[in-house]
Design a protein around this ligand. Sequence first.
Ligand SMILES: NC(=O)c1ccc[n+]([C@@H]2O[C@H](COP(=O)([O-])OP(=O)(O)OC[C@H]3O[C@@H](n4cnc5c(N)ncnc54)[C@H](O)[C@@H]3O)[C@@H](O)[C@H]2O)c1
Ligand SMILES: *[C@@H]1O[C@H](CO)[C@@H](O)[C@H](O)[C@H]1NC(C)=O
Ligand SMILES: *[C@@H]1O[C@H](CO)[C@@H](O)[C@H](O)[C@H]1NC(C)=O
Ligand SMILES: CC(=O)N[C@H]1CO[C@H](CO)[C@@H](O)[C@@H]1O
Length: 301
Amino acid sequence: MLFIILLLLDITPMLPVLDGVVMELQDCALPLLRDIIPTDKEEVAFKDLDAAILVGSMPRKDGMERKDLLKANVAIFKSQGAALEKYAKKTVKVLVVGNPANTNCLIAAKSAPSIPKENFSCLTRLDHNRARSQVAMRCAVPATHVRNVIIWGNHSSTQYPDVHHCLVNMSGSELACFDAVKDDAWLKGDFIATVQQRGAAVIKARKLSSAMSAAKAICDHMRDIWTGTADGEFISMGVYSSGNSYGVPDDLIYSFPVQIKDKTWKIVEGLAINSFSQTKMDATAAELIEERDTAVAFLGV
Ligand SMILES: NC(=O)c1ccc[n+]([C@@H]2O[C@H](COP(=O)([O-])OP(=O)(O)OC[C@H]3O[C@@H](n4cnc5c(N)ncnc54)[C@H](O)[C@@H]3O)[C@@H](O)[C@H]2O)c1
Ligand SMILES: *[C@@H]1O[C@H](CO)[C@@H](O)[C@H](O)[C@H]1NC(C)=O
Ligand SMILES: *[C@@H]1O[C@H](CO)[C@@H](O)[C@H](O)[C@H]1NC(C)=O
Ligand SMILES: CC(=O)N[C@H]1CO[C@H](CO)[C@@H](O)[C@@H]1O
């Protein structure tokens, strides 16, 4: 029987706020939720975990240098990685959401050497869902009729939302996305820019970052790890690159198309990549390499 006990970690000054979150969760009358434990102690929050969702990171404050922000996040994810190493089950599945999600995920994985790197992933499912939905709206079909969009790379404006392998079910049969949309200029231009900049657009409109859509994407991501992906369908997640797929260098957390079975993901290999795609995939990798090297230098200090 699958059920959920939530351990909620926040910093001490936020504990009264966390009590409000606990009340809201109770009020959802969720069928699988058995218990909720709010805490400000890592040894409580990370004890015997099966799944960890790392959301808390340092937000950018006015006037803060990018380097200082990265340094603060390295400290947080080093500490949480070490806590996973010390207290969690070795089979724990770790999903990093807090930005910069890819690099934070890499730092957490490096700080938990006895947990397999494959058990760490970062969230690009929100970008994946955004891409899927943009195509669906354009074709006037439900989002469930669009499959196999891909998000490559960093969860940032250099990510590459790729529809070259995407299929759209329109009027009873599945078409290649380019044939369904019939507007290559849009797919190679505004579509990509809209998905890349969607996070900023939501913040501009709401004055707050994506909350509901991010929560939905987190649920999609964890559910797929637990129950697997549907036959013939792939999803996007940031996973550890061992240097063997699509020319992406090793030792990066990079978003790839994956399929999941028996709680194990595999990168979908052998997809044809044209030069338009390859250039964009390389650019987002270059960004991640630079960020990794700066972050890893902070790990030692
Ligand atoms: N990858 C994605 O698709 C995606 C989507 C949405 C948000 N995000 C990122 O997720 C993060 C959280 O977003 P949010 O809107 O929920 O922010 P938020 O500020 O509402 O929540 C963050 C929480 O983390 C807590 N926190 C800070 N440092 C902590 C620490 N060391 N230990 C434990 N808790 C700590 C804060 O007190 C706060 O309650 C941000 O970095 C955001 O950019 C990523
Ligand atoms: C990678 O993406 C994250 C999340 O948006 C962002 O904070 C970070 O700056 C990006 N990395 C680089 C080197 O631009
Ligand atoms: C496409 O959608 C129709 C319903 O509109 C459904 O009957 C059919 O099975 C779908 N085809 C595929 C390949 O998913
Ligand atoms: C998602 C994933 O790759 N999970 C792996 C985590 O590590 C265990 C071994 O400890 C593997 O069995 C899982 O497949």
